[in-house]
Every structure is written in structure tokens, then in C-alpha cells.
Write a protein that binds this ligand. Structure first.
Ligand code: 1CP
Length: 356
């Protein structure tokens, strides 16, 4: 390892500090609008399907060499401005001994849902020793990536609680809401436990070399603002506080969160992710000054003609033109059947159109 690799992330001496992505996160002038895509590593890429063949999803997250290869694939292919660590939001839960699996075509499934106070005891603290494969993979990755930043990530307490309480993916989150409204004390304790685990998991990733972190609260759009403030925000704020001292940008994203954008920023994010339902200029008004924004092309637009993709991309870029800091992304993850060439063309288009 060279001396350069040892320089702390977040400091101006780090190799990634002057990247367009980190500059945009810090709301500094950029040579071009940086681009990355949520779920850029994964099922849209034939090279991903090939290396994953016969290896269950969770197993693949625990093999540092495979994680390194999969994380690098979209950087090589599309020329995006940042890599996102290949893992899943349930990996830290698996690491502390929760019996769960990621079922193909379904998502995370929990053997015994968490619904009572006695169940909380199953959520023990996470230590770096529980996830040595993460530290190892990030070490390998940051050496390969050089000046390209690596984004670490975790699931936010609400979204993790939704999987744990429901037992798997859920459309209406009925058990989760039943607990949140019916036993606010137990709910608060559950989210606080998850905030501890999530904070520890993000720290491991930053200490290993991640240049930024994204907290995915994918399903929090199911919650009204008053309930968010009372029952969700304290735990998300605790996660952001846990990593504040590192000085790496903290991104916060959820789907259908138009009504929550301001609050999600207030929870402690430096960058607020926006789905495709709110134009970027309106999102900026809702978030207020002092934060960068990330977003927000509808991922389904990529199934349309190249001209339509360019026209819709222009709409996003025009709406974001006056922002202090803009990171171009999709409004949610890349859909599995997306043509990867459409993503390469989109990356080039944004880079060219925004070159300054
Ligand atoms: O076998 C497979 O290939 C399973 C598909 C898959 C993949 C590729 C899952 C199962 N997870 C992942 C990787 C993954 N998950 C990444 C890294 C890839 C990248 O971004 O480039 C990330 C960031 C996640 C995060 C994740 N997992 C989120 C938050 C992001 C989001 O899309 O909102 C969520 C909600 C999950 C749960 C999950 N894991 C897998 C699936 C299919 C789901 C969603 C299930 C549901 O609908 O509830």
C-alpha cells in the first residue's frame, strides 16, 4: 500500500478529493456534472450475470474478489464518476446472525420476523470483525479505483425495520405501521438498535476507504411527514451523526419522498436524493440551501428511443441548472432489463452536455 492510500478519506490529501463527484457533493464548481446510477452494478450487465452464475446473492457479497470485480464492471463499461460498493442492505443483519436469505426474484426474506420486545435481543451490535470481507473488498477496490470515488451504503433504520417486521418485501408495510403506531416505545427502541448497527456498518466502510456514503431509506415514502418527524427521523439522524466526524459526504435517498425531502435533509444529509416525481428545481426549494441534490431521470425512460432519453435528460439538466451542487442519477435503481448501452450513452451525453 502506498503512502497515498493511507491518507484519510474526507481530507484534501485523499486521492478522490478532487473528483467531479466529491466536488459536486461539496457544492464546488465541477468540470462536468458527475454521473452514477443506483444499482449500476447488477442484473442489467451480461458480465455481472456471468460472474454471478451459480453463486447465491448473499454469498457473492462475502467474496472480496467477486465484489471487487462486480463493483468495477459499470465503471469500466459506462465511465461513470463513482462506483457503488456491491453488497445489499441486509448484509449487516446477516452479519450479526439474523437468519435471512435473498431469494431470486423476491428480495430479502427473514426466517423469523422481529415483532416483540424479546425479539430485539436478536439485534446485537455489529463489530468490524463481523464484516472483515467488507473491509477486505473495499481495500482491494480503492486500490483499483485510484481517483474514482467509492460510495459505501447502508439501509436506513425504517427500511431495514420494514423487512425485519414484515419478514420480507411488502407493498403496504402493514405490520411495520401496526408496530409503529401501536407500540411507539418498542418501535423507537427497534429503530435505535438499527441505527447503532447501521452507524457501525457505515464506519467500517469509511475506515476501509469509502469516499462517500448513501443511506437508502427506499420505502420511507410510505410515511407522512408528521410520523416521519416523530418516528423515523431520530434514528436516521443518529446514523448520520455517527459518521459526521469523517467529513465524507452523506447522501440520503428514498422513493416517493417528495413530501419528505426537507426533513430528509434536516436528518443530517449533505446530499439529498430525489426520485423522478419532483423536478430538481422544485426539490431544491423543498430542501433549502446548503445541500447538494442527486437525481432524477425516471429509470423507465431508458426503455424509450435515444431521442426521448436525451429530451428527458435535458429536462432534468435544465431543472438542475441553478443548483449549487448536482449529481446526475436515476430516480431509482437501474431496472434489470435495461439495455446497458443506453446507460453508456446517457453517461456520455450528460458529460458532454454539461462540460464547462
Ligand atoms: O440475485 C440477484 O442478483 C438479486 C438482485 C439484487 C442485487 C443485484 C439484490 C436483491 N440486491 C442487489 C444488490 C444491491 N442492493 C446493491 C448494489 C448494486 C448497485 O447499486 O450497483 C444495492 C445498493 C442494494 C441496495 C438495496 N437492496 C436496497 C436499496 C436500494 C433500492 O433499490 O431501493 C433495497 C431496498 C434492497 C433490498 C433488495 N435486495 C434485493 C432486492 C430484489 C431487493 C428489493 C426487494 C423489494 O422489492 O423489497
Amino acid at each position: 500500500m502506498s503512502a497515498n492510500d493511507r491518507r484519510p478519506v474526507g481530507s484534501p490529501q485523499s486521492q478522490t478529493y478532487d473528483s467531479a463527484f466529491l466536488k459536486a457533493c461539496r457544492r464546488e464548481p465541477v468540470p462536468h456534472t458527475p454521473v452514477w446510477f443506483m444499482r449500476q452494478a447488477g442484473r442489467s450487465l451480461p458480465e455481472y450475470l456471468k460472474v454471478r452464475e451459480g453463486i447465491p446473492m448473499l454469498d457473492s457479497c462475502m467474496r472480496p474478489e467477486l465484489v471487487t470485480e462486480i463493483t468495477l464492471q459499470p465503471v469500466r463499461r459506462h465511465g461513470v464518476d463513482a462506483a457503488i460498493f456491491f453488497s445489499d442492505i441486509v448484509v449487516p443483519l446477516k452479519a450479526i446472525g439474523i437468519d435471512l436469505d435473498i431469494k431470486p426474484g423476491v428480495g430479502p426474506v427473514i426466517a423469523e420476523p422481529i415483532r416483540t420486545r424479546a425479539d430485539l435481543a436478536r439485534l446485537r451490535d455489529l463489530t468490524p470483525e463481523d464484516v472483515t470481507y467488507v473491509t477486505e473488498a473495499i481495500g482491494m477496490l480503492t486500490r483499483e479505483l485510484g481517483s474514482t470515488p467509492l460510495i459505501g451504503f447502508a439501509g436506513a433504520p425504517f427500511t431495514l425495520a420494514s423487512y425485519l417486521v414484515e419478514g420480507g418485501p411488502s407493498r403496504n408495510h402493514e405490520h411495520t405501521k401496526a408496530l409503529m403506531y401501536g407500540d411507539p416505545r418498542l418501535w423507537a427502541d427497534l429503530l435505535d438498535r438499527l441505527a447503532e448497527i447501521t452507524g457501525a456498518f457505515l464506519k467500517v466502510q469509511i475506515e476501509a476507504g469509502a469516499s462517500a456514503v448513501q443511506l437508502f431509506d427506499s420505502w420511507v415514502g410510505a410515511i407522512a411527514p408528521a410520523d416521519y418527524t416523530r418516528s423515523v427521523m431520530p434514528a436516521s439522524a443518529k446514523v448520520f451523526d455517527a459518521v459526521a466526524s469523517y467529513g465524507v459526504p452523506r447522501i440520503h435517498f428514498g422513493v416517493g419522498t417528495g413530501e419528505l425531502l426537507g426533513l430528509m435533509g434536516e436528518a443530517g444529509a449533505d446530499v439529498v436524493g430525489v426520485d423522478w416525481r419532483v423536478p430538481m428545481d422544485e426539490a431544491a426549494r423543498r430542501v433549502g440551501p446548503g445541500k447538494a441534490l442527486q437525481g432524477n431521470l425516471d429509470p423507465a425512460v431508458l426503455f424509450s428511443t435515444p431521442d426521448a432519453v436525451m429530451a428527458k435528460t435535458d429536462e432534468v439538466l435544465d431543472a438542475a441548472a441553478g443548483l449549487e451542487g448536482h449529481i446526475f442519477n436515476l430516480g431509482h435503481g437501474v431496472l434489470p432489463t435495461t439495455d446497458p448501452d443506453a446507460l453508456t450513452r446517457l453517461t456520455e451525453y450528460v458529460h458532454t452536455r454539461t462540460a464547462r
